[in-house]
Design a protein around this ligand. Structure first.
Ligand SMILES: Nc1ncnc2c1ncn2[C@@H]1O[C@H](COP(=O)(O)OP(=O)(O)OP(=O)(O)O)[C@@H](O)[C@H]1O
Ligand SMILES: [Mg+2]
Length: 259
């Protein structure tokens, strides 16, 4: 169920402003790909274009291609709602639905899709997703409590459970650990390692150690100056990127000389 993503000559706009220019890359299935680069270089913009969340912003559009197992995400016949079900997203700040119980948070994707489901089937899906997000043992006796009663790290794992409950093929994570303490961060990193056996995972991170620890491949984005578009500078296996990158700017960034 894990899928390969191929991006060809993608430009990403907010109205007249071109935020990201000419990105081409391949994201392999059953692997973790990290996006790194200085603030404003377009990492969030680019990751949102991989599940058609970008165009939810008024005036925002892309040119170029994103192929998921060969299928063009931006073809007129492709339904964006369907895309977002297949390609799940986890955001920087844990965003459980505050008025919903832990249980309802996990099953929310199905309810939004207006599917009717037997209680026993729903119970099974909730348990499986919470097991998958390494949260089950901590919440199994309090499933009817509010999602906001959990700690920050637990809430982020709840959001991951919510994302994987609908069985997506790809999981996109935009700085999923930046609001978390070190222990919760390690729990999420362990989880990412487990999830990559089933999913194609993309993670944006500002934390170089994290990119080095969790990812198989790393893509470095950079920006030439304010108002200029962000570009993909270099992408390679994480080992190569952190030891012998080909571009000087990559080396400067990963060794902390800027950004
Ligand atoms: N909703 C928006 N409308 C207009 N411009 C936007 C919008 N969101 C982002 N931008 C612009 O697009 C560019 C890229 O922003 P983006 O948020 O993708 O960067 P980023 O690499 O994720 O940065 P950070 O590391 O700070 O999260 C920036 O110039 C930003 O101001
Ligand atoms: Mg961002």
């Amino acid at each position: 169920m894990s899928k390969r993503i191929e991006v060809n000559s993608l430009d990403i706009y907010y109205g007249k402003f071109k935020a990201v220019e000419d990105v081409s890359m391949v994201i392999e299935p059953r692997s973790v790909t990290a996006f790194i680069g200085p603030s404003g270089c377009g990492k969030s913009t680019f990751i949102r274009s991989l599940n058609r969340m970008h165009e939810a912003i008024r005036g925002a559009y892309v040119t170029g291609e994103v192929l998921v197992d060969g299928q063009n995400l931006y073809a007129p016949s492709t339904d964006p709602v369907d895309v977002r079900r297949q390609i799940g997203m986890v955001f920087q700040r844990p965003n459980p639905f505050p008025t919903m119980s832990i249980y309802d948070n996990v099953i929310a994707g199905y309810k939004l899709n207006a599917r009717r489901m037997k209680k026993s089937v729903a119970d099974e899906k909730v348990e499986k997703a919470l097991q998958g997000a390494n949260l089950w043992n901590e919440v199994k006796d309090r499933l009817s409590e509010s999602g906001s009663s959990l700690s920050g790290g637990q809430q982020q794992r709840l959001c991951i459970a919510r994302a994987i409950a609908v069985e997506p093929e790809v999981l996109l994570m935009d700085e999923p650990c930046s609001a978390l303490d070190p222990i919760s961060t390690l729990a999420i990193e362990d989880l990412i390692q487990e999830l990559k056996e089933q999913y194609t995972i993309v993670i944006v991170t500002h934390n170089m150690q994290q990119a080095a620890r969790v990812s198989d491949r790393t893509a470095f984005f950079n920006i030439a100056g304010t108002g200029k578009p962000g570009k993909l500078i270099e992408m390679d296996s994480t080992d190569v990127m952190f030891s012998t990158p080909k571009v000087q700017a990559t080396n400067d960034y990963i060794s902390g000389r800027f950004g």
